[in-house]
Structures are given as structure tokens and as C-alpha cells.
Design a protein around this ligand. Structure first.
Ligand code: ZN
Ligand code: ZN
Ligand code: FE
Length: 764
């Protein structure tokens, strides 16, 4: 007889771990117990086969479980007579990892659609393998009383399943059924019409209405994607922003008709996370998906149903193949989660509402990803990914890293883990700041984190940086660690790849505050976690009108001409854009630049892409971040033979300045000669890639560093990223890139945490 105690940490709660342990122990004839505590799971097994238990368990883990550590201890036998699941215990100061929300599993979909099942048409069917987690969890250990399911008492049938170790719903915390669980309601014109709510919603959608639909982490605005009139109205109500709407398709075969889908993309679409995946449309989609879904012919973002309610919306009819399912919010504001809030704030968008009474505790948007070089690349990390931690490999004090400004996330560390928040959005409005504070409060409680160190961006005006300073002061003067923006980008890329050493960091983005107070954004850094040296960047470009130039890239185009041609700029502008191009406005900004008024110089690589896009006439004014650069990438996409780069020169040392004036002159020559835009766009891409190869080559010669970390929102450009990464590997570099967190500013908080942790480790 042996008695062995196992302590297991990792993602082991809310994933069917205890039932699996129970079944295995019973099968092996062992007695003892299993329980959740706030560190993870503790198991005690006693009996003849106790020694083999840990190995067997590791070989038969439930599909969603991740074991990070497992320790065993042999104890004197005490004669357990049964194997039982004990009530959870809470150990102070410790924490366990909460699972992300999980798309409805095949078994639960089948039950929901089975007329003979007691959960037929029940929109909240779930089990240990699927359903809400992060969005309903209010604390650890993960048990029903600490979720928003607390208010629903289980009926005898559900309780029997919950208590039956052989059942798929054994200790499934959010389990429910039509008799005892949450309910849905359909509201139109402030009234509850007669009928089945889902069918009423389907009829409204079919009739071209916009329906606000409460989901897992917030509201969607839904309408029939093939109905031009409906989509146009939704687009108008969304203030004419041209950002593509997300789509939800009935099933994977439908997606395959509308878009090209590779095996990696199919796996991502139909896995347990179910993010929005950006895909290339097929000719079939033309006319069948309304043009206003993705104006300007950009990619289509598809996702598959991930709750039983979604499955029910598509089931039993063929009225629509795909729904627009865009976030229920004003652009870049937090997604709406409360019924009252929805009825109030979404009534400007929606004709009717499909609501339910299970509260959402953590608002969490759909994640957005794209497959590039066979790996998922996240653009927005939220539902299904959060709060999956990054293992930093060593114990840290509790750190709060406050993130950047656009596409903000923050990061909290606990033990050896960095836990990043979901996508918060642009931290420029009061609503976004409230969402930020609310999520921080929730994450701190869920992970029992009490930050002692606060890391932040160096930009004095970022709300996140001000928040950091206020937070540190309010909590008795915590240690503040300012981290340069692009250093944070590179550190994030290293951290998610578990790399600790020196790298050549290439951080290309739109803007980031430099250590000299300037606007940086085309940074070649020799970096490790502790610090960096700025090795190279492109020449500075004045941005006439500051932020206005970001929204109106034609201003950057004019600035590029002034930079490249000096006094002849006006003459060249006429050749490129024709007579009297934006005559009055151009006159104003020329004078502005001449006098150096309101024309902050920027070396953001994103701005160079914007300017070239505008020179080519692809996008002269944008309605969402990155629009002009996306148009440039799409223009270049059809070009098959990799073109030779345009000229540019490298000037000076420490840092080297990449002079892009020859590039601009060559681009302009091609435009004037009437060369195809696609070819010019492709050649521009290969020029930027060539800059990376040359500068990284120089850096390797000087420092012997052979690893390059690629970060920054510009690398969301798949064409650029692919040629840069492939080209670096051909030249013998090891490359590090993002796939677990976004390369855009969504990664900044992770990098700040990594830098703060390294500095803290040095002090100890
Ligand atoms: Zn299930
Ligand atoms: Zn029930
Ligand atoms: Fe950035």
C-alpha cells in the first residue's frame, strides 16, 4: 500500500480535470480524493497502483488541460476507503490559472439540435469540455458560486449530471438546462412579441433588420451579410467607418465557398477558440456578400458559430449563409455587455434585440487572427486566448504593466506567469479607461495579484502612463519602471518565444515615444530585456498637421515630395496628381512645413507606407488605423516575381539613418511613367525588406548577434513579414516573431512586464 499526494498547476480548473482524475482513480482501484485549490489541483491516491497514477494521468489528460508543474510526495498510508471529489479550498496569496472561454463542443451542438434531447434548442448548453469560463469567472477557485451562474440553482436533472462522475457534465460549473438555466428574450420596439425568440430573430434578420445579439463576451450587431440594404444601413449607423465587418458563417464548407481556406486556416477557424480569421475572398463571394461588408475589396473576416445560440441562428433554414457579426459598440469603444446598456446605447444601431439573463462578468471581444507562414498571427487577442499566460521561466514580484495607447492591453504577473488582459481598445475615451480599470480589478482579484512594480510607456500624455503614475501613488508609492515603446515591442517578442539573450530588434510601427522625446517607429535596436542601443532608423518625415496627417495620408505624400524634391515639390505634385490637386489645403501645409509649424517629425515606418499609398492614390484619407498601408499591401499582392528594390542610402553612424529620398524619387518616376500601381507597391515592399537585410547584416558584423526579433504593427502586413522573415532565414539569421500575442501595440504590455521583471531580477 502506498499513499501519494500530487500537486498540479497549470490550466487544470474548468476543463474537466477532477472528473478525469476521479474516473482514472476509480478505474485503477485507488482510494483518496481530488480537490481544486487556488494554486491548481491536489490529488491523494492510496492503493497498490498508486505509484503509476501520475504517469497514467499525464497520458490521459482531458483535451483542454495544460499541466505546468506536477510534484509528488509519498506519505504513510491512512486507509482511505473511497475516492471522492472534495470541496475546494482556498489558500491565500496563491492562484490557479482560469481557462479561456471555449467554443461549444460537438457533443453539445448535437444535443442542442436533437429534438429528443432535453436540451433541444437550449442556447446555453455546455459541458466540461466547452462553454463560458473567463467571461463569467469572478474569482478562484473556479466553482459555480464564484461565477455569474451563481444565480441559477440547478434542477434535479442537472444536479444529477453534475454529481455523476461518469457524466460529461460532472462538475461542469456553468451547466444548465431549459428548466433551470438562463433564458433568452427577443425585444422589438420595447415589446416582447409572441413566439420563439430565436425564430423571431431569424425572421428579423431575414427581413433585413439589424439585431443586437448578446453573446459570450458582449453584444454583436448582426444582419444578413448578403442583404445590401441591411449592411449599408449598419455601415451608415456605424459612422461610415470603412473597417471591414466580421462575418459568421453557418459552417466551414460555407466559408470555403466564399474564401480560399488553407489547412492551417481551417484548423484555426474550426478549433476550440474560433477567432475571426482574415481570408482572401473567392469570386463566388462577389455579389453574394454585400460590398459594404469589406469596402474597397479588402479581406473577409470569418468566424464560425461558437455558442449554441449561434448554431441555432443558422439551424433549420437556409435564409442566410452568413451574418455580419460586428462588435456592439461605437468604433473603438468597449463592447457592450449589459442588457440595459445595450437597450440604451445600441438602439441607434439595432432594430431589435436578442437578450439573455446570464451576466457577462468580463467583457471580451472576438479575437482576430490571420495565418501567415503557417502560424496564426493575432491582430486582436481576446476571447478564447485570454487569460492564457506566458511562462516567463522565473518567479517575479507582482508587476502591473500598463501598455500603450492604441489597441491597448495591460499585463499582470503572478509567480512565473505573465497574464495579459484582453484587447481593451484605444485608450482615448473615458469609456475605454473605465473598461481598463474594471478589467484590472477583475484580473487582480482572479489571480490574487497585488502589483508592487508598475511599468509604463515613456509617453507623458498616454492615458496608460498617467494611470500608471496615479496607481503607483495611490498604492503607497510603488516602483515605477518607464519602458521605451519599441524596446517593449522587442522584449514582448523575446518573451513570447522564451528567448533570453541579445537580439537585433526590428520594430516597425506608426508611432512610439523615443528616449529623446521624438516620434520613433522604424527602429533597429541592439537589445536585451535590460536595455537597448538605437542602431538605425529611417529619416524623419514632417507630419503636417500632426494627427491630421495620420488620418489624411495625402499630407504625408506632400511631405515626402517636399523632402525628396525641395523647391520643385509643387511641380512634381502636379505631375503625380494633376493640376490644382487639393490646391488650398496643399498651400496651407506647404507654408506650415516651411515655417516648421505643427509639423512634428516622425520616423514611423507606418507613416512611410501611408505616404506611398497616398502617392499612388490608393488611400488619401483613412477611416481606421492602418487602412492606407493595407491598401498598399493588397495592391502589391498580385505581383508574382519579387521585384528588385528601389534605391536608398545609409548615412552616418550611431544611429545609421536610412535615407529614403532616393526611394521616393524612384517611386515618383514610376508613377509619372504610368507604371502599374501593383508593381510599384511590390517594389516598395521589397525595398523595405532589403533595408532590413542590409541593416541586420551590418549589425551582425558589428556585434556577432545572429537573432532578429520582428515586432510592430507594420509586420501585420503579411507580404512584408513573409519576405523579411524568409529573407533573414536565407541569410542565416534566426528569427523571432509573434504568434501568441499581436505584433501591434497589443503586445506592448507584455514587453513592459518582461523589462520590469529583468530589471527586478538584476537587483536581487
Ligand atoms: Zn460541450
Ligand atoms: Zn437543469
Ligand atoms: Fe507600437
Amino acid at each position: 500500500m502506498k499513499r501519494i499526494r500530487l500537486a498540479i498547476t497549470g490550466v487544470v480548473q474548468g476543463v474537466g480535470f477532477r472528473p478525469a482524475v476521479y474516473r482514472l482513480a476509480t478505474e485503477m482501484g485507488l482510494n483518496g480524493y481530488v480537490l481544486n485549490n487556488s494554486r491548481g489541483v491536489v490529488i491523494e491516491v492510496e492503493g497498490g497502483t498508486a505509484e503509476g497514477f501520475a504517469d497514467t494521468l499525464l497520458k490521459s489528460l482531458p483535451p483542454l488541460a495544460v499541466v505546468n508543474t506536477l510534484s509528488t510526495e509519498t506519505l504513510p498510508p491512512i486507509g482511505h476507503t473511497t475516492f471522492e471529489i472534495r470541496l475546494s479550498e482556498k489558500a491565500d496569496g496563491a492562484f490557479a490559472l482560469v481557462a479561456p472561454d471555449i467554443a461549444t463542443c460537438g457533443d453539445c451542438v448535437a444535443e442542442t439540435l436533437d429534438p429528443a434531447d432535453r436540451r433541444h434548442k437550449y442556447p446555453f448548453t455546455n459541458c466540461v469540455n466547452c462553454g463560458p469560463r473567463y467571461s463569467i469567472v469572478q474569482g478562484v477557485p473556479y466553482d459555480r458560486p464564484l461565477t455569474t451562474m451563481r444565480s441559477f440553482a440547478m434542477c434535479p436533472s442537472c444536479k444529477a449530471e453534475y454529481d455523476d462522475p461518469a457524466d460529461r457534465r460532472f462538475h461542469a460549473q456553468p451547466t444548465a438546462c431549459p428548466a433551470c438555466g438562463p433564458k433568452i428574450a427577443y425585444i422589438e420596439n420595447g415589446r416582447l412579441p409572441e413566439g420563439e425568440p430565436v425564430m423571431l430573430a431569424v425572421q428579423a434578420l431575414k427581413a433585413g433588420k439589424v439585431v443586437a445579439i448578446k453573446g459570450l463576451g458582449g453584444f454583436h450587431l448582426g444582419c444578413d451579410a448578403s442583404n445590401r440594404e441591411a449592411v449599408r444601413r449598419l455601415r451608415e449607423r456605424k459612422r461610415k467607418n470603412q473597417k471591414p465587418f466580421a462575418l459568421m458563417a453557418r459552417d466551414i464548407d460555407t466559408v470555403k465557398r466564399y474564401c480560399e481556406v488553407s489547412p492551417a486556416e481551417e484548423a484555426l477557424l474550426s478549433g476550440t477558440v474560433r477567432p475571426i480569421v482574415l481570408l482572401k475572398s473567392t469570386p463566388y463571394s462577389k455579389g453574394r456578400i454585400a460590398d459594404d461588408v469589406a469596402p474597397g475589396g479588402s479581406r473577409l473576416g470569418f468566424m464560425l458559430p461558437y455558442t449554441p445560440l449561434h448554431h441555432l441562428l443558422f439551424h433549420g433554414h437556409d435564409h442566410f449563409d452568413a451574418l455580419v457579426m460586428t462588435s456592439g459598440n461605437l468604433s473603438e469603444e468597449p463592447i457592450v455587455i449589459d442588457n440595459d446598456e445595450a437597450l440604451d446605447r445600441l438602439s441607434v444601431f439595432a432594430d431589435s434585440f436578442l437578450l439573455h439573463d446570464r451576466d457577462i462578468y468580463m467583457r471580451v471581444d472576438d479575437s482576430v487572427a490571420r495565418v501567415v507562414r503557417d502560424a496564426p498571427r493575432l491582430m486582436r487577442r481576446a476571447r478564447g486566448y485570454v487569460p492564457e499566460p506566458i511562462d516567463m521561466g522565473f518567479d517575479m514580484p507582482d508587476i502591473l504593466a500598463c501598455g500603450g495607447e492604441l489597441k491597448n492591453t495591460f499585463c499582470v504577473t503572478k509567480g512565473r506567469y505573465a497574464i495579459q488582459s484582453q484587447h481593451i481598445g484605444d485608450l482615448t475615451s473615458g469609456e475605454a479607461l473605465d473598461f481598463y480599470a474594471e478589467t484590472l480589478k477583475n484580473l487582480k482579484r482572479t489571480f490574487s495579484a497585488e502589483p508592487k512594480v508598475v511599468a509604463h510607456d515613456m509617453h507623458p500624455d498616454y492615458l496608460s502612463a498617467r494611470f500608471a503614475k496615479d496607481y503607483a501613488a495611490e498604492h503607497g508609492g510603488l516602483t515605477l519602471v518607464p519602458v521605451q515603446h519599441h524596446h517593449a515591442h522587442i522584449a514582448a517578442c523575446m518573451a513570447e518565444n522564451g528567448f533570453d539573450g541579445k537580439v537585433i530588434g526590428v520594430a516597425f510601427d506608426g508611432t512610439g515615444y523615443g528616449t529623446d522625446g521624438g516620434i520613433w517607429g522604424s527602429e533597429f535596436l541592439i537589445a536585451d530585456y535590460r536595455g537597448f542601443e538605437r542602431m538605425a532608423h529611417i529619416n524623419y518625415i514632417p507630419l503636417p498637421g500632426g494627427d491630421a496627417a495620420v488620418r489624411e495620408p495625402w499630407r504625408i505624400a506632400v511631405s515626402l515630395l517636399v523632402m525628396a524634391y525641395g523647391k520643385e515639390a509643387s511641380e512634381i505634385l502636379t505631375k503625380v496628381k494633376g493640376e490644382a490637386y487639393r490646391e488650398k489645403e496643399v498651400g496651407v501645409i506647404l507654408r506650415m512645413m516651411e515655417r516648421g509649424i505643427n509639423s512634428p517629425p516622425s520616423c514611423g515606418m507606418g507613416r512611410l507606407f501611408d505616404g506611398v499609398s497616398a502617392l499612388l492614390g490608393l488611400r488619401e484619407v483613412i477611416t481606421y488605423e492602418g487602412e492606407a498601408a493595407i491598401a498598399l499591401e493588397m495592391a502589391a499582392e498580385g505581383v508574382i516575381i519579387p521585384p528588385t528594390p528601389y534605391p536608398y542610402t545609409l548615412v552616418g553612424e550611431n544611429p545609421v539613418v536610412i535615407d529614403t529620398r532616393p526611394t521616393i524619387r524612384a517611386v515618383v518616376d514610376d508613377i509619372i511613367k504610368g507604371r502599374p500601381k501593383g508593381g510599384i507597391a511590390a517594389r516598395f515592399h521589397s525595398t523595405v525588406a532589403d533595408m532590413v537585410f542590409r541593416v541586420c547584416g551590418m549589425a551582425r558584423e558589428r556585434t556577432s548577434i545572429g537573432t532578429v526579433a520582428l515586432s510592430g504593427g507594420v509586420f501585420q502586413n503579411a507580404l512584408l513579414f513573409t519576405s523579411v522573415e524568409a529573407g533573414l532565414m536565407e541569410r542565416g539569421f534566426r528569427t523571432l516573431s509573434h504568434s501568441r500575442v499581436p505584433c501591434n501595440d497589443g503586445c506592448v504590455s507584455l514587453g513592459q512586464a518582461a523589462v520590469a521583471a529583468a530589471l527586478w531580477r538584476d537587483k536581487c
